[in-house]
Design a protein around this ligand. Structure first.
Ligand SMILES: [Fe+2]
Ligand SMILES: [Fe+2]
Length: 153
């Protein structure tokens, strides 16, 4: 039974995380802020999936990189963590505004979040993930992928 990791390529981690970025973009595009009541559960689903993605990075990928190369990219990882905090803060504000029925306000907050996220995503996809793929031995990358792929949807 193929599990997606059997033919691990040299860019398996990059591909996995970039695919999740694409899924997140798709979820966000489905949010219609003109209808605050319907936008709330849609943004809630995006929120849930983005939190999962950030936890994958902060609790699984970054610690694996640190174990493999202690101190080597602490700076870039700290930048990623800081950007996650920014992204989370703007997302939380948008959810709060939507709960209060303010679709326009939520759209504006999400616009700010999106511009932070776009730059963040480019850095991850162009620099961080390829670095992880090069750094982590096949067995470790496969362990990470198996772990992430088996996490709840
Ligand atoms: Fe990230
Ligand atoms: Fe990411």
């Amino acid at each position: 039974m193929p599990n997606g990791t059997e033919n691990k390529t040299e860019s398996a981690l990059s591909e996995f995380f970039a695919r999740d970025h694409g899924a997140l973009d798709g979820l966000l595009e489905c949010v219609d802020f003109a209808d605050a009541e319907r936008a709330l559960p849609a943004l809630g689903e995006f929120h849930r999936r983005l939190e999962r993605h950030i936890v994958w990075e902060e609790d699984v990928l970054f610690p694996a990189v640190r174990r493999a190369a202690p101190g080597f990219i602490d700076g870039p990882i700290e930048v990623m963590r800081r950007e996650h905090r920014e992204i989370r803060a703007r997302k939380a504000e948008a959810l709060e505004l939507l709960r209060g029925g303010d679709g326009a306000g939520a759209r504006e907050r999400i616009g700010v979040m999106r511009s932070i996220m776009n730059e963040h995503t480019v850095k991850e996809e162009r620099v961080l993930y390829p670095f992880c793929d090069r750094l982590l031995a096949d067995a470790e990358a496969e362990r990470i992928l198996r772990l992430l792929e088996s996490s709840p949807a």
